[in-house]
Design a protein around this ligand. Structure first.
Ligand SMILES: Nc1ncnc2c1ncn2[C@@H]1O[C@H](COP(=O)(O)OP(=O)(O)OP(=O)(O)O)[C@@H](O)[C@H]1O
Ligand SMILES: [Mg+2]
Length: 283
């Protein structure tokens, strides 16, 4: 079952001098099993939007349905804990939210909070920590003794350990070194392949091209486009001040230079290499 926003508006600090409507009448459906990228200018409402998916923010108007569970503005929320477990949310800069005395305890917190006994919670924590590439030697350390990148991994492990059906990620690779970023994206790709719906906010169009199956473009608290990456970069991406992915640009230049191939097959550097090789062989 998909994620559905039905005419959702959201106002920060209502009835105060700081009142601000950050989302206006959002109607959108995020497909089950998709890898959906959310893009748009800074301040366009991306983080606000995704925080509705796990009930962290509640709509001021309209309703949201997630896999059959519904939250309606101004109505009492019935199953908020189920909502939270169902969709795991990794914040922008999640490393600032670690709080337990050890890495292992921090990651085990979620599973324990959702009803696992100590042993099972720790087991899930270990699996998640290994998946994000944290060495066992660090499990008993304080999160505050780790590097920024390691802390980010621990924070992400904390969400993965809860085994959510939907994984929501707010710029998870921002500020990581290129290798760390690509390892992280490979992990999310694996999680997606195992059947988890991924919703990812990013400013990086190379990531959109490589991983996303759908793209939602936001502007000034509204959704201005719902499409797939290839159609976006073939079409009016410039109208939304989005960059063209380097790889895509390069592939286009090859086509202009006479190489013949289907742009839809171009997602990685390896894909470009095969195109060039084929062109070379075919003279
Ligand atoms: N806690 C808050 N109180 C009041 N206004 C807020 C709050 N958080 C965000 N806003 C405002 O709501 C709008 C949308 O913010 P949001 O954080 O959702 O944008 P974003 O698209 O995630 O931006 P970025 O790409 O910079 O992360 C912005 O104008 C922002 O200033
Ligand atoms: Mg944001």
């Amino acid at each position: 079952m998909p994620i559905k926003f039905n005419d959702v508006s959201f106002t920060y600090s209502p009835k105060t001098p700081f009142q601000y409507e950050a989302l206006h009448h959002i109607n959108v459906e995020i497909k089950d099993g998709s890898f959906t990228a959310i893009v748009g200018h800074t301040g366009s409402g991306k983080s606000t939007l995704i925080q509705h998916i796990n009930g962290l923010l509640l709509p001021s108007a309209g309703s949201i349905e997630v896999d059959g569970m519904k939250i309606v503005a101004k109505e009492k929320v019935k199953h908020i804990k189920k909502f939270r477990k169902h969709a795991g949310l990794v914040f922008q800069f999640p490393e600032y939210q670690l709080f337990e005395e050890s890495v292992e305890k921090d990651v085990a917190f979620g599973p324990r909070n959702f009803g696992d006994d100590e042993k099972e919670a720790v087991r899930k924590a270990h699996v998640a920590l290994k998946r994000v590439g944290i060495d066992e030697a660090l499990f008993k350390r304080s999160p505050f003794e780790l590097s920024g990148g390691q802390r980010r991994r621990v924070a992400i492990a904390g969400i993965i350990a809860m085994e959510p059906a939907i994984l929501v990620l707010d710029e998870p690779t921002a500020g990581l070194d290129p290798r760390g970023a690509s390892e992280m994206m490979t992990l999310f790709e694996d999680i997606h392949k195992s059947g988890t719906t991924i919703v990812l906010v990013t400013h990086d169009m190379n990531i959109v091209l490589r991983y996303a199956t759908e793209v939602i473009v936001m502007k000034d608290g509204t959704i201005v486009k719902v499409t797939d990456p290839m159609s976006l970069f073939e079409g009016d991406y410039e109208d939304y001040n989005l960059e063209i992915p380097n790889l895509y640009h390069f592939a286009k230049l090859l086509q202009t230079g006479g190489y013949k191939f289907d742009m839809r097959n171009i997602k990685t550097i390896e894909d470009i290499v095969s195109v060039i090789k084929e062109g070379y062989v075919n003279g």
